[in-house]
Design a binder for this molecule. Structure first.
Ligand code: ATP
Length: 312
């Protein structure tokens, strides 16, 4: 006699970080967000979120920089779990465990990754029947980057970043990330500096650049390095000059190219293959330019269920 599969009481989902290969910022919209055109790439630094049925709601955060992440109702994973519980009409409380690897407040969307992971974990735990489109709509209410972290890969983000269109991208890219601690550099402060710099100018509606599309279609890291672009980079460097120094030094150490990831302060550096990434990481740390570097490849899949959590 075959036994029926047991209903899970806990589910773990792993979600990746992102880098914006291109970030063009357009005019302010009536809802207070800027129109964006961005090319996201999901990269292999992962947070894991485990949701387990419990007697009362709770959350614990482990891993690097866990003390900088709120372990309360304001945590984006908790908000995601509450949102999907309400959408599915489930009243069972959950305990959430987050294991962080993605730099916190670094412009790599760690909080959004945790929200995407929690959405998919709850949907799986409760056997939800949301379509991918419905999950995307829920995800977008939690943050502009959350739908992309459900999808992963390489994709255009339009609207305020939440409208995702997959991009044909060949090859694997080798990244080195420098998550420098950028005190005073928050997403609102960087956009505030951008707004002051652009005051009085008529910003065009942003669109993806054809050169970026053809570099990705060709799978050519040199061509990609030449077109990496971030409209917020100048403002992030003005607020936190060490970012500019890291970018400069990395080019001397053989990086193909680099840019500030999102609103920073993490610096994303593109290397010439896996050995190039190791050499670059060693040069940055040995020279004292950086004390923390992370290597990762992209593109990788978006949020996905894992059978065995890292912290099991
Ligand atoms: P963004 O670019 O979306 O502003 P980020 O990638 O720069 O985000 P996050 O790691 O997402 O940075 O953290 C931004 C802030 O969100 C943190 O300072 C933290 O207080 C808060 N936060 C809430 N939930 C989380 C979470 N699960 N993980 C990390 N930060 C969280």
């Amino acid at each position: 006699m075959t036994s029926l599969p047991e209903t899970p009481t806990a589910v773990t989902v792993r979600a990746p970080a992102k880098v914006n290969l291109e970030l063009f910022v357009g005019p302010l919209r009536p809802d207070g967000f800027h129109a964006l055109s961005t090319i996201y790439q999901a990269v292999g630094l992962y947070d894991e979120v485990t949701v387990a049925e419990a007697d009362e709601w709770g959350i614990v955060v482990h891993g690097r920089d866990a003390d900088r992440v709120p372990a309360d109702e304001s945590n984006l994973a908790m908000r995601a779990a509450r949102l999907i519980a309400a959408a599915l009409g489930v009243e069972t409380p959950l305990h959430l465990t987050i294991d962080k690897e993605i730099p916190v407040a670094g412009g790599m969307a760690g909080g959004s990754a945790d929200a995407a992971a929690a959405l998919l974990a709850c949907e799986t735990l409760w056997g939800g029947r949301h379509t991918r489109e419905q999950l995307d709509t829920l995800a977008a209410t939690l943050g502009s980057d959350v739908p992309f972290l459900l999808h992963g890969g390489t994709a255009i983000g339009s609207g305020r970043g939440e409208v995702i269109t997959p991009v044909l991208a060949k090859g694997t890219y080798h990244w080195v990330f420098v998550p420098s601690s950028g005190e005073g550099l928050s997403t609102p402060s960087v956009y505030g500096a951008f707004d002051r710099r652009q005051a009085g100018l008529d910003l065009p509606e942003p669109v993806p650049s054809p050169a970026m599309m053809s570099a990705l279609r060709a799978g050519d890291p040199d061509a990609l390095a030449a077109v990496l672009a971030n409209d917020l980079q100048e403002d992030a460097i003005a607020l936190h000059p060490p970012i500019g120094e890291i970018l400069h030094a990395a080019m001397d150490f053989g990086a193909l190219g680099g840019l500030v990831s999102g609103s920073g302060p993490t610096v994303a550096l593109l290397a010439d293959g896996p050995e190039g990434a190791i050499d670059l990481a060693v040069a940055l740390t040995a020279s004292g330019v950086a004390d923390d570097v992370r290597r990762a490849t992209g593109p990788v899949h978006g949020a996905h269920v894992v059978p065995t959590p890292r912290r099991s």
